[in-house]
Design a protein around this ligand. Structure first.
Ligand code: GLN
Length: 461
């Protein structure tokens, strides 16, 4: 069994239907990886061995292998509420919090037949780009344990690279799904704002937060996205809108602002190669300009702390968890920054101004989609960096998000794709952004790209 992994969703279900293996054997296999490597890599915060075996046995007994996620071993970023299972948001504030209900995405995944196996480490409150802000210790990158796996959904990327789960979930407020996907050689969709309900997901910055899956193939990510998307009656921003997939020739924009300055040559090279591959497939490319996106990161670091300071106000130690002294340095930093930019004397100079620039970025991006169907860009300016390299300098850490912010500020979807490895053997990739609700287009492009690159899913061990 062990040698058969990594399996895709389709391979898993074919294997179950043909009785090549049972759901219980699948759990044995993923759990085996968790038991062998979790201590060293700090990927899972809670392991749900009993629940996983219970669900697997039920599945084997009923033989109900035809549901969309039947037998799919799944784990969740520990910011998704899971009924009866501890949910910490990576923070000591919630170290013993047991939620009374599950997030919509969690219930939908489980109703579709998935087997939940545990809760994944993340930066506390999803504040971070490397996983090093978790109050429960840093996650290590399975491709090289001296390097970060990307954050804030650090465990969600690492669990895939370590073959501890078939799919995982994450949240993306400014790259937190796409970055760990890129740094761990996985695929991820940061959906349109309003495509997937955030009910039962601990809020970070409510005008930017999105929920999405990470997996090893575009097809797997698409399958999970189709299970979790759509109205649930609990998140008023969600609609069932969808854009039709274009069948004629697709055109992709290369926004020149994303390829200037601090981009690492290896990251740039992998994107140039992807462009070549897609050109051979008949995709057209065009250089475009989005001048205001150079302010995206600055705007994000005003709006986001403002919303964080308001959302974290509920964790006062009265209703949930430990008191305010349990907040770590990064959460405190953001609460202070956010309170400052919202305060009476500074609101106009910071918050209001940032909101105006955000509108400008949105109108430029909207306009560019009259000319092109998608945009290609790096996810991060560099390959994975070393653990400890940026922890003492929050500003340098924040710059990791420079290419991620535009999609969140505009509420547009972005597909992160793995494309190769650096000279040091660390994963590289890129993102494809599209207009609101164009996920289907992005999935088709992603599949074309991976087909043309002869992409194979890979795990580190
Ligand atoms: N890295 C970004 C931050 O630190 C974004 C985090 C996220 O997407 N949750 O704010």
């Amino acid at each position: 069994m062990k040698n058969k992994l990594p399996l895709t969703i389709k391979e898993t279900q074919d294997g179950l239907i043909k009785k090549e293996f049972s759901a219980v054997e699948l759990v044995d296999s993923y759990l085996g990886q968790i038991k062998r490597y979790n201590e060293e890599y700090n990927i899972f915060l809670t392991i749900c061995e009993d629940e996983a075996y219970k669900k697997a046995k039920e599945l084997d007994k009923s033989g109900a292998y035809a549901t969309p996620l039947a037998g799919v071993v799944t784990s969740y970023k520990d910011i998704f509420l899971t009924k009866g299972v501890r949910t910490t948001a990576g923070s000591k504030v919630l170290e013993s919090y047991i939620p009374p209900y599950s997030a919509t995405s969690v219930s939908r995944i489980e109703n579709a037949g998935a087997i939940p196996i545990g809760k994944l480490n993340c930066d506390a409150w999803a504040h971070g780009s490397s996983g090093e802000n978790s109050d429960f210790g840093s996650t290590k990158n399975p491709w090289n344990k001296e390097y970060v796996p990307g954050g804030s959904s650090s465990g969600s990327g690492a669990a895939l690279a370590a073959n501890m789960s078939l799919i995982t979930t994450g949240t993306d407020t400014c790259g937190s799904i796409r970055l760990p996907a890129n740094y761990c050689f996985s695929v991820a969709i940061k959906p349109t704002y309003g495509a997937v309900s955030r009910y039962g997901v601990i809020a970070m910055a409510s005008s930017l937060d999105t929920v999405g899956p990470i997996g090893r193939t575009v097809e797997d990510v698409e399958t999970v996205f189709n299970v979790i998307k759509g109205e649930d009656g609990f998140d008023g921003t969600v609609t069932n809108e969808e854009r039709k997939v274009k069948s004629e020739k697709l055109k992709i924009g290369i926004p020149k602002e994303f390829f200037t300055g601090g981009i690492d040559p290896e990251v740039e090279k992998t994107i140039t190669l992807a462009i070549e591959v897609l050109k051979n497939e008949g995709v057209e490319f065009k250089e475009v300009t989005l001048p205001s996106t150079k302010y995206a990161i600055d705007v994000y670091y005003v709006i986001q702390p403002a919303e964080v300071s308001s959302n974290l106000g509920r964790f006062d130690g009265i209703r949930y968890g430990n008191g305010r002294d349990a907040f770590g340095d990064e959460a405190k930093r953001r609460i202070m920054l956010g309170t400052y930019v919202l305060s009476a004397g500074y609101y106009d100079a910071y918050y209001l101004k940032a909101m105006k620039v955000r509108s400008k970025i949105i109108s430029e991006v909207d306009k560019v989609f009259d000319e092109v169907d998608a945009l290609i860009a790096p996810v991060a300016p560099t390959p994975p960096f070393k653990l400890g390299d940026k922890v003492s300098d929050p500003l340098t850490m924040y710059l990791t998000d420079v290419y991620a912010a535009t999609a969140n500020l505009c509420g547009i979807p972005s597909l992160a794709l793995p494309s190769g490895f650096s000279k040091l053997g660390l994963p590289l990739g890129f993102q494809l952004m599209g207009p609101r609700f164009s996920e289907n287009n992005l999935f088709e492009l992603g599949k074309t790209c991976h087909r043309a690159m002869s992409y194979e899913p890979k795990v580190a061990f």
